[in-house]
Structures are given as structure tokens and as C-alpha cells.
Design a protein around this ligand. Structure first.
Ligand code: FES
Ligand code: FES
Length: 159
């Protein structure tokens, strides 16, 4: 099958690859770049586990083809932290017991990060609305909502 060349940035690093036209962004990240923090659940846009940030917007990586990412800026869950140091949002998830099995967590974090960059003073109701597209089978969501609210002050005065 013919491959297409793409150039993009992933977590701030330039990436150049020749990809098959039907390779999803999720599979590109996981299998070509070894960024396995992006999880794949439903593979049809329902569960939110595969959420990454493209040009500042939270998107489902299972619904995009890698070839659509030419010239884009992609941030995955691996790009939220500074090496082994947890970001304030990740720390808030830890502190508020917002993680159980962890399968949904990377999608929750990327969704919440993109959201808080745009709306750093959210209400609990608004947080629930934003994460309503991310399915968690473990936590009951209370800890996740608490964590996102707890992290929100860190997004109010960016350096
Ligand atoms: S795997 Fe993409 S939304 Fe479920
Ligand atoms: S922590 Fe298990 S699915 Fe959310």
C-alpha cells in the first residue's frame, strides 16, 4: 500500500514518518512512537480512553488517521509531565483517589488538561459536563471531578 509522508510535533518533538493511509492516530502513537499511555478501548469514539490533544483541542485519536496530522501539534499523556515529575493535574488525580485501574486515566487527564487551559475557573457541573464523554468503569467520577477542580488554580496564572 502507498504510504504518505507526514511531519508533525508530538510532545514538542519533531516527528517525520511514512504512514499507511488507514493507520489511526491511536495506532500511530502506540505502535510507531511507543507512546502507549494513549489507551484504546472502544475504537469508535465512545469511551474517550484514546483522547489526545491536537492543536490545543482534545480529540479522539481512534477517529483520526495519522495522515490527517501533518503539520499538527500533538500532546499525549506522556507530554503532560516533566519527566518523572507529576504535573499538578496528575498529582491532583493521585491525591484525590481519581485512579483505580487506570485504563481511562490518560484520556481523563488529556481531556481535563485541554479543558483547564481554556476554562481555568470551572464549576463542578461544567467539569462533569466536559468529562461526560470519558467513560470510567471504576471510580464513580467523584474523585475525578474533585481532582480536576483541585488542579484548576494551577492553570490560572500561566508563566
Ligand atoms: S478508543 Fe477512542 S473513543 Fe474509545
Ligand atoms: S479508573 Fe478504571 S476505568 Fe477509570
Amino acid at each position: 500500500m502507498n504510504r504518505a509522508n507526514i511531519k508533525l510535533h508530538v510532545n514538542g518533538q519533531p516527528v517525520e514518518r511514512a504512514v499507511e493511509p488507514r493507520l489511526t492516530l491511536a495506532d500511530f502513537l502506540r505502535h510507531e512512537l511507543d507512546l502507549t499511555g494513549t489507551h484504546v478501548g472502544c475504537e469508535h469514539g465512545v469511551c474517550g480512553a484514546c483522547t489526545v490533544i491536537v492543536d490545543g483541542k482534545a480529540v479522539r485519536s481512534c477517529l483520526l488517521f495519522a495522515v490527517q496530522l501533518d503539520d499538527k501539534q500533538v500532546v499525549t499523556v506522556e507530554g503532560l509531565s516533566n519527566g518523572s515529575q507529576l504535573s499538578p493535574l496528575q498529582k491532583a488525580f493521585q491525591d484525590n483517589h481519581a485512579v483505580q485501574c487506570g485504563f481511562c486515566t490518560s484520556g481523563m487527564l488529556t481531556t481535563a488538561h485541554a479543558f483547564l487551559l481554556e476554562e481555568p475557573v470551572p464549576t463542578a457541573e461544567r467539569v462533569r459536563e466536559v468529562i461526560s464523554g470519558n467513560i470510567c468503569r471504576c471510580t464513580g467520577y467523584v474523585g475525578i471531578v474533585d481532582a480536576i477542580l483541585a488542579a484548576s488554580p494551577h492553570y490560572r496564572n500561566p508563566p
